[in-house]
Design a protein around this ligand. Structure first.
Ligand code: FMN
Length: 370
């Protein structure tokens, strides 16, 4: 073992035995004082992982922990309308963590206390967001560039609340600064209870492939806190491969859950030795209706706009014919939604494209360079 590496004997034994058996541990997982029933989590996707999506996915079964979209810490404490919508939850939306971000530690601390006082049971700090407007104020992935500053932020939030605090981060800022293992080791000493690692650098954005080796190095850097692997998991097989190749304790799935909302259910079935569930035509249509209905409960007519962005992801999985998918990307009223869905039910599966529209490559950048 490398000098300075803090991998514990207990952890080494469990990694070696898992690798030898090629079985994954499917028992519940503890994050601080929280027991999470499944090791397959929903990764936050701003604009998608709102209450309605979390509820509808939970209803399908198999989901462990879900996390809200990132919320600006200062906005939360100021009770801005948008931040209150982002942290809206209900009894069935458990277990849940709220993800906060800020470049100012005092704001993270205030937001964490604010959440704890209102009964939220887990706080996640965003250290992975690559967006320039978030990084320029010192938040998101920028925090990974300053080990001391990041540790101060984590320690102060941990000290301020008694609920478990976690972090979601990338492998580092760029490939010359792969700080995740060093940060993870320090964060564990500061009392952090779990870390989710998206296996890309900030510089990669969403390009290139996920570096499983980089996630594994972070797993090896900590003593006992769970590392949650993340990135590019699209099928149950990808999730199992991520666990086997990195030794991570759990997997967070983002885009894969919009592409296949049944992915958690399938993983749960697989863990119980059952044939993975395949949704029927009726299940697919019910899912479409249910997600929209739950969205309307929170956002009323505005759901007609919010729902549109899901359709390019859902169309292929839910057997929506291309012309109806196109209409669902433009519909303007609840009545129109219902009318289109009736047609989807009649014409389900009449679809030529096999690739989800959201994954089709579109020209990028200034038009003269297309
Ligand atoms: C549209 C979109 C929004 C995202 N929003 C967040 C966010 O609010 N917080 C966060 O930590 N990560 C966010 N991410 C990153 C994802 O959580 C995840 O790390 C990344 O998409 C890789 O995982 P996946 O391939 O399973 O989607 C976002 C990603 C996308 C594509």
């Amino acid at each position: 073992m490398r000098a300075g590496s803090h991998i514990s004997l207990q952890k080494l034994v469990s990694l070696v035995s898992l690798a030898a058996s090629s079985e994954t541990d499917e028992s519940p997982i503890d994050i601080g004082n929280r027991r999470i029933p499944s090791r397959y989590f929903l990764a936050p996707l701003a604009g998608y992982t709102h209450l309605a999506f979390r509820r509808v996915i939970r209803e399908l079964g198999g989901l462990g922990l879900a996390t809200t979209d990132l919320v600006l810490a200062s906005q939360l404490v100021a009770k801005s309308r948008k931040s209150q919508q982002l942290v809206a939850t209900c009894e069935s939306d458990q277990p849940l963590s709220v993800q906060i971000f800020s470049g100012i530690t005092a704001e993270l601390v205030k937001a964490a206390k604010w959440l704890e006082d209102r009964g939220y049971q887990g706080i996640d700090i965003n250290m992975g967001c690559p967006m320039a407007k978030i990084n320029s104020s010192g938040g998101g992935a920028r925090l990974m560039c300053d080990v001391d500053g990041a540790c101060t932020a984590v320690s102060q939030v941990v000290e301020a609340v008694s609920v478990p605090v976690t972090v979601k981060m990338r492998l580092g800022w760029d490939r010359d600064h792969l700080t995740a293992p060093a940060l993870a080791r320090e964060f564990e000493q500061c009392g952090l209870k779990a870390i989710t690692i998206h296996g890309r650098t900030r510089q990669q954005g969403f390009h290139g492939s996920v570096d499983l080796d980089g996630i594994r190095k972070t797993v090896e850097a900590v003593q006992s806190i769970p590392i949650v692997g993340n990135g590019d998991v699209r099928t149950p097989e990808d999730a199992i491969a991520m666990r086997q190749q990195t030794g991570c304790a759990a997997v967070a799935i983002g885009r894969g859950a919009i592409l296949d909302p049944w992915i958690f259910r399938k993983l749960a079935d697989q863990a119980r030795g059952l044939e993975p569930f395949e949704p029927s035509r009726n299940d697919q249509i019910e899912f479409l209706k249910r997600h929209f209905t739950l969205m309307c409960e929170q956002h009323e007519d505005y759901s007609c706009i919010l729902f549109r962005k899901f359709v390019g992801w859902y169309g292929q999985r839910l057997g929506i014919p291309e012309d109806l998918e196109d209409r669902l990307r433009r519909f303007e009223s609840i009545e129109e939604f219902n009318e289109i869905v009736e047609q989807v039910a009649e014409r389900h599966g009449e679809r030529v494209a096999t690739v989800p529209t959201a994954l089709l490559k579109v020209p990028n950048g200034p038009v003269e360079r297309w």
